[in-house]
Design a protein around this ligand. Structure first.
Ligand SMILES: Cc1cc2nc3c(=O)[nH]c(=O)nc-3n(C[C@H](O)[C@H](O)[C@H](O)COP(=O)(O)OP(=O)(O)OC[C@H]3O[C@@H](n4cnc5c(N)ncnc54)[C@H](O)[C@@H]3O)c2cc1C
Length: 429
């Protein structure tokens, strides 16, 4: 059977971006997506950073249905019954639009429609089951009864990538290398969102939470404002969830989160219109898969390109960038008429020149740094506690603020060698 040029497995942002860069190059490209439509099975928090990908995307996102430009960054430490919040905004953030909230069911679908206008076949409800091999070279895919031979396969099939696994490119993963995210999309009027989050029309807020939201387990909560919906969810480390005794159902954590004073008032009157759950790669640089083989490239989450930076989560711009660079590698390989691993290895070399592998490498110690219960138990308990002590005015004369603070710092163990060592280790992340 005659080979088509490129089969892309997975119609998420990574697969679609790859197809977009390949379009208009007189190539036969098909994208196979197991969901009902691209976006139907894709989950993100989510906020997309545009600045890192601007040099790569050309006109790909022109007119894209982005939700709101993030102009307000918030972080909260949630104690059992109190919280400490940081709210940051600034002229630079308000004027540049460096990141936007997005809804994947809208964005991915829109991008796939643009692709179809360009003549790329995006085929939904098509699950790929296996790879075709010619000697030790990937030579296409198998979907049900059908075989589709191809010169090159792009594994853009997300975090659990069976394609990368079947190609022998995925390293052995452990539960601590993954987290699970649970998310609701809550409908709320545009005016209410603007009022409650103190933003203007089209301006948005990104808010991350640590502490009681995960009952002290690795992970956190997130809230992103969209045009007329709110994305609210939690992320919990799979290892922490497995080791929890007594066990706890992840969805009850989300219910408790929604019931908290800090959240309840923000979502009051809203209707949940979507509920989803998804796995997230948490291993960082040290668990990235092998990125190429004979006849195959691995992109996006499938490759492990996602970064939990503590103060923000990134994955989508890595997915888009790696998809585009994979496409450019394929165009170069086609000119040579050679899809061997040796030729495709320039994919990794290109990624090393861009933010994708540079940022992943810079943050390689982050997973280890975050693998510390204190960030999810101790600090979220004590920081709000200090503020409460200082700001409480009772029926007794008020002692000096410095005295209160010093006593509380000492009794909390904040001045111990262990805590100072933690503070010192911040320089590594
Ligand atoms: C709760 C949560 C919050 C997040 N927050 C953020 C955020 O705020 N910002 C950010 O940048 N990133 C965030 N991320 C990460 C980000 O969403 C991912 O990095 C990104 O979606 C990866 O895109 P992708 O195209 O590589 O994979 P995916 O979007 O997962 O796409 C893979 C596609 O492959 C399809 N597929 C899988 N197997 C097959 C098969 N065998 N055959 C055919 N199709 C198949 C799937 O249906 C899917 O459509 C978050 C992730 C989660 C889960």
């Amino acid at each position: 059977m005659e080979k088509i040029d490129v089969v892309i497995v997975g119609g998420g942002l990574s697969g679609l971006a790859c197809a977009y860069r390949l379009a208009d190059n007189d190539l036969q490209v098909i994208v196979l997506e197991r969901g009902d439509f691209p976006g139907s099975k894709n989950v993100t928090g989510g906020r997309l950073y545009l600045e890192p990908i601007k040099p790569l995307i050309g006109d790909m996102l022109e007119g894209a249905p982005l939700e709101r430009r993030v102009v307000r960054e918030r972080w909260s430490l949630l104690g059992d019954n109190n919280s400490l919040n940081i709210d940051f905004t600034g002229e630079r953030l308000r004027k540049t639009g460096h990141s936007y909230t997005v809804l994947r069911a809208t964005l991915d679908r829109w991008l796939s429609e643009r692709l179809m206008e360009k003549g790329v076949f995006v085929i939904p409800t098509k699950r790929v089951d296996d790879l075709i091999w010619e000697d030790k070279t990937v030579a296409g895919i198998v979907s049900g009864e059908e075989e589709i031979p191809a010169h090159v396969v792009v594994a853009a099939d997300g975090v659990l990538s069976f394609m990368a696994e079947k190609a022998g490119l995925k390293p052995k993963m452990k539960p601590k290398n993954y987290a699970v995210g649970i998310k609701e999309i809550i409908e709320l009027s545009e005016e209410k969102i603007n009022d409650r989050f103190n933003v203007e029309k089209d301006e948005g807020c990104a808010h991350l939470f640590l502490g009681d939201v995960t009952k002290g387990m690795f992970g956190g909560g997130f809230l992103y404002t969209n045009k007329d919906t709110i994305s609210l969810g939690i992320v919990i480390g799979i290892k922490a969830l497995m080791e929890r005794a007594p066990t706890i159902e992840a969805h009850t954590l989300l219910d408790d989160f929604k019931a908290r004073y800090e959240i309840k008032r923000l979502i009051e009157g809203g209707n949940t219109i979507e509920y989803s759950a998804h796995v997230i790669p948490e291993g960082g640089y040290n668990t990235i898969s092998k990125l190429y083989g004979d006849g195959i490239l691995v992109t996006g989450d499938a490759a492990g390109f996602a970064l939990n930076m503590g103060v923000t989560v990134r994955g989508m711009e890595f997915a888009i960038a790696s998809g585009i660079i994979a496409a450019e590698t394929i165009l170069m390989a086609r000119q040579k008429g050679d899809y061997s691993a040796q030729t495709l290895s320039s994919y990794e070399a290109r990624l090393r020149e861009t933010f994708v592998l540079k940022d992943m490498m810079n943050c390689k110690d982050m997973p280890e740094f975050l693998d510390n219960d204190a960030f999810f138990t101790y600090y979220p308990k004590y920081f709000p506690h200090f503020v409460e002590k200082v700001m409480w005015f009772g029926d007794q004369p008020k002692e000096k603020i410095g005295q209160t603070l010093w006593r509380e710092l000492k009794s909390s163990g904040m001045m111990s060698f262990k805590r100072l060592k933690e503070l010192y280790s911040i320089k590594n992340i």
